[in-house]
Design a protein around this ligand. Structure first.
Ligand code: AMP
Length: 140
């Protein structure tokens, strides 16, 4: 994709600080890290959404994420836990429309976190959960 910043990184047209590469994926440092050690893993094929990826790229993406997670824990960087995160679509917070898995080292009290919507504390009934599950199940 001509105007995709992550495709340009794969082509070497713009610089990135690479940490891992194989036939399917590239991992590099996020230029605006949540915490030091924040890595992005991307498929080498341009896919906008997770659902656009073929199975090989999808599994390679997660496998590389697991490798980076393990490396962060051994690296000496502050890493008491790890968040893996994908913003899949604009409404989910995606800003770069080439799939990317964030691998973010976390520490107690680091200030990063998810914000929950109003009403989150009201758990749905078992019936509501079942209706929702049915909708998902019939779409599989
Ligand atoms: P998202 O909101 O999930 O789409 O996140 C996009 C991420 O890409 C952000 O964390 C940015 O800091 C990061 N980013 C954007 N451009 C670059 C770049 N040229 N090199 C490294 N990371 C980038």
């Amino acid at each position: 994709m001509d105007d995709c910043v992550f495709c340009k990184i794969i082509e070497g047209a713009i610089p990135a600080t690479k940490v891992y590469e194989d036939g399917h994926v590239l991992a590099f440092m996020d230029i605006q890290p949540v915490n030091p050690g924040h890595v992005l893993v991307i498929p080498k094929e341009h896919d906008e959404l997770v659902t656009d990826m073929d199975e090989e790229h999808a599994s390679a993406l997660f496998q590389a994420g697991v490798k980076i997670d393990a490396a962060l824990r051994k690296s000496g960087l502050k890493c008491e836990g790890v968040n893996m995160f994908i913003a899949d679509g604009k409404a989910a917070g995606q800003e770069v429309f080439h799939v990317h898995l964030h691998v973010i080292p976390r520490a107690e009290g680091d200030g990063f976190g998810l914000k929950f919507p109003e009403g989150y504390e009201n758990k749905p009934s078992a019936e509501e959960l079942k209706e929702t599950a049915d909708k998902i199940r019939t779409s599989l």
